[in-house]
Design a protein around this ligand. Structure first.
Ligand SMILES: [Zn+2]
Length: 211
């Protein structure tokens, strides 16, 4: 059973909020995922705080709202998982050089229309969408959906990649577009170790002996 602590230990390696949201599911590079830190509405809220899209007081208000309206919270959580499926389909297609399906893109358009209907434009160095006055249970998803649209419309699509060692997706912001791993500490190191062990075996060195 995953806990809120598991959510807050997650490495945010996607370089984009929507990719980090997709990365709440982990597992091998291809095939079904084998782990998921999003197990309920409280974990969704905890992830929002961890990813920096919800303030502490927004999270407290959402937790209270979800306790007062458990059915609404269940529906919002199920909708969030559905959105994650669509985002996964879109960005995993792009990472493999394929075109995302029209229905997933239409669903993203609907989610974005809904998100912007609950947003305001606020001035910083430029104007930006904020969801400060959105007190609905769908609030945690709004910035995720908007980040997905921004990446699709203003990002470099050929920088969207899948990790060579796991199912994480990331936006490759390296200068020469050479990033291959979600993180050097996890998949990068594991891959280096495998290569080192294989090289030792080829040299007839101290690899594991058959009994
Ligand atoms: Zn990885």
């Amino acid at each position: 059973m995953e806990t809120v602590e598991d959510v807050t230990r997650m490495h945010l390696v996607g370089g984009n909020l929507a990719l980090d949201f997709i990365n709440t599911r982990s597992g091998p590079p291809v095939g079904p995922s084998d782990d998921d830190v999003l197990t309920g509405y409280p974990e969704l809220v905890a992830w929002g705080v961890h990813a920096g899209t919800l303030t502490g007081s927004e999270a407290t208000a959402l937790r209270r709202l979800s306790r007062d309206d458990p059915d609404g919270a269940r529906a919002a959580f199920s909708r969030a998982l559905d959105t994650r499926d669509h985002l996964d389909e879109i960005f995993r297609s792009l990472a493999t050089g394929a075109a995302p399906g029209a229905s997933a893109l239409a669903r993203l358009r609907d989610d974005e229309a809904d998100a912007l209907a609950h947003a305001q434009l606020e001035r910083g160095s430029t104007y930006a969408w904020v969801w400060r006055d959105d007190h609905t249970l769908a609030r945690p998803l709004r910035p995720v959906v908007h980040a997905a649209v921004q990446l699709l419309t203003a990002g470099a699509l050929d920088r969207i990649k899948g990790c060579g060692g796991c199912r994480f997706l990331f936006n490759d912001e390296s200068k020469n577009r050479s990033r291959r791993w979600c993180s050097m500490d996890d998949c990068g190191t594991a891959q280096k170790m495998r290569r080192y062990v294989a090289a030792r075996r080829t040299r007839g060195g101290a690899g594991p002996k058959k009994a």
